[in-house]
Ligand binder design. Structure first.
Ligand SMILES: Nc1ncnc2c1ncn2[C@@H]1O[C@H](COP(=O)(O)OP(=O)(O)OP(=O)(O)O)[C@@H](O)[C@H]1O
Ligand SMILES: [Mg+2]
Length: 273
């Protein structure tokens, strides 16, 4: 019989609990205090450094319904607030995720906020200063955010360009935390926990990632994320030979340039032996 093994991190229904998050500093306390004091939060840091995981962790910890929006260059204010839709011949108003978070007193998380269209700032500004209001022009409502409502946004400063940047008037509405990859020992423990691979087998992968991160900005645009190390370790835990796992989960995602790839392969050989 062909049994498909369950992924090691998949919790069964009765064991679902707070998503594991390893803190690098005092960010959990800061988040909690920001929430208590009704301050909006901005998380910045490279891809795969734990921003989304941190928000999911804190939402569970504080018992807040989480509304996550992945921003893109077409995302408009109406995508956040809501719009009138035709349903069975009738026009009905449907709340967007931001409006739902305000009505329900939840946590609204806007991922990659710099990607969103400029009109998004118009709805964010009155919600992220001491007014904490959301005017819904289309329905004529003026919603006042309840104490539990919180807004968190994130972006990756590495991808910034002059056209896509947060205006100071937006930036200065948020308490901000910088994210970076965890120190060696902690990152090893995270990857082992997430992938199910032994710590001893994870160490060389973390060392390789740390070595490749030093090339950021020279040959590669971004350093190896913790996410990619977790992918490689998961493939190894599932039985793929290490070399193939490293190729597929660490080296290939970093570059399309054959010469750069060959260089990375050399480094992997030297580090992994
Ligand atoms: N501090 C951490 N604690 C626990 N897991 C972590 C941590 N940092 C990274 N991870 C692992 O790395 C994966 C990627 O992290 P996450 O998705 O939160 O990154 P991100 O910063 O939101 O990236 P992006 O900017 O691409 O959205 C997580 O699914 C988790 O397995
Ligand atoms: Mg994320």
């Amino acid at each position: 019989m062909n049994m498909i093994p369950r992924p090691p991190t998949l919790a069964s229904a009765d064991t679902i609990d707070i998503p594991a998050y390893t803190a690098s500093g005092n960010e959990r306390f800061l988040f909690e205090k920001a929430w208590e004091r009704r301050l909006p939060l901005l998380l910045k840091g490279p891809t795969g450094s734990g921003k989304t995981r941190f928000v999911a962790h804190m939402a569970e910890k504080l018992g807040l319904p989480l509304f996550t929006v992945a921003c893109h260059d077409d995302l408009s204010a109406a995508d956040l607030t809501g719009r009138h839709l035709l349903k069975g011949g009738e026009t009905v108003w449907v709340d967007g995720p931001l409006t739902r978070a305000v009505r329900e007193g939840g946590l609204c998380y806007l991922d990659e906020i710099v990607e969103a269209r400029k009109d998004v700032a118009v709805v964010l500004h009155p919600l992220t200063d001491d007014r904490r209001i959301l005017p819904l022009e289309r329905t004529g409502e003026l919603l006042s955010a309840p104490p539990a409502f919180m807004i968190a946004v994130s972006y990756n400063p590495g991808y910034q360009n002059l056209l896509k940047n947060l205006k100071p008037s937006t930036r200065q509405r948020f308490v901000s935390i910088s994210f970076d990859f965890l120190p060696r020992e902690q990152e090893t423990a995270v990857v082992a926990r997430e992938s199910g691979l032994d710590e001893a087998a994870v160490v060389p992968l973390v060392d390789l990632a740390r070595r490749l991160r030093t090339l950021k900005g020279q040959d590669i645009e971004e350093g190896v994320s913790t996410r990619l190390i977790v992918y490689a370790a998961s493939l190894i835990a599932a039985g793929l030979p290490r070399q193939e796992a490293v190729m597929a989960a660490i080296i290939e995602p970093l570059t399309d340039e054959p010469e750069v790839r060959a260089g990375l392969v050399e480094i992997a050989r030297a580090v992994l032996g």
